[in-house]
Design a protein around this ligand. Structure first.
Ligand SMILES: Cc1cc2nc3c(=O)[nH]c(=O)nc-3n(C[C@H](O)[C@H](O)[C@H](O)COP(=O)(O)O)c2cc1C
Length: 188
């Protein structure tokens, strides 16, 4: 079994999503000590913006990120909300893995995912609250985007969210504690 661990927070040691992904990876490692783990820090080692020359469909040398994703059984992703959506570092990775003919294809009845069978667990951290009925609900373009993108390639992701991180020290620590509690009850 292979696990790909991706972090994209720019906040280093203070990052909430990094704390949660570390806990998820540790939890999975405990239940399968032989699991092969590859960790990537997309903030420290960013993937360049997509260009015509680096389109994976056009350039066989630009398929390393796609190949690594395809070889993984489990992908754990740290996804903080920046400006109502995902960090551009994480978007750059997604740009490398959504490849027609590899992770999805077009059929007579529309697009169909080809990457089903993988487990994707996303640790989300958000400064505010975006749930149904909240004033900022319509600005939620992180979880909805990732659910849509992974659904497009045939994967139903699992989400663990820490919300209200910017709403004071108490709210922050309660939210992190709740998210870490959810990690401990993750299915093996
Ligand atoms: C550049 C930047 C932009 C942010 N934009 C938003 C935002 O649009 N909405 C929100 O609720 N929180 C926002 N936040 C707060 C973060 O979502 C929150 O601090 C979260 O913990 C970030 O995850 P991280 O700690 O793993 O980096 C922003 C934080 C930063 C640094």
């Amino acid at each position: 079994m292979k696990l790909l661990h991706l972090d994209s927070s720019i906040l280093g040691e203070g990052s909430v999503s990094r704390q949660i992904t570390a806990s998820i990876v540790e939890q999975i490692r405990k239940s399968d000590p032989s699991i092969e783990i590859v960790s990537r820090d997309l903030a420290a080692d960013p993937i360049p913006h997509l260009t015509l020359a680096s389109l994976p469909a056009a350039n066989p040398d630009a398929r390393a990120d796609l190949a690594q994703f395809l070889a993984s059984d489990i992908v754990v992703i740290g996804a903080p909300m920046y400006n109502f959506t995902l960090p551009s570092q994480l978007k750059a990775w997604i740009d490398r893995i959504l490849v027609a003919g590899e992770t999805f294809h077009y059929t007579e009845t529309g697009p169909a995912g080809l990457a089903g069978g993988k487990r994707v667990i996303v640790a989300i951290s958000r400064g505010g609250h975006y749930g149904p009925g909240t004033p900022a609900e319509s600005l939620e373009h992180l979880e909805t985007y990732l659910r849509g993108v992974f659904g497009f390639i045939g994967i139903t992701p699992e989400f663990i969210a820490a919300d209200g991180i910017a709403l004071g020290a108490d709210a922050r620590s309660a939210s992190i504690e709740q998210a870490l509690g959810t990690v401990s009850s993750l299915a093996a």
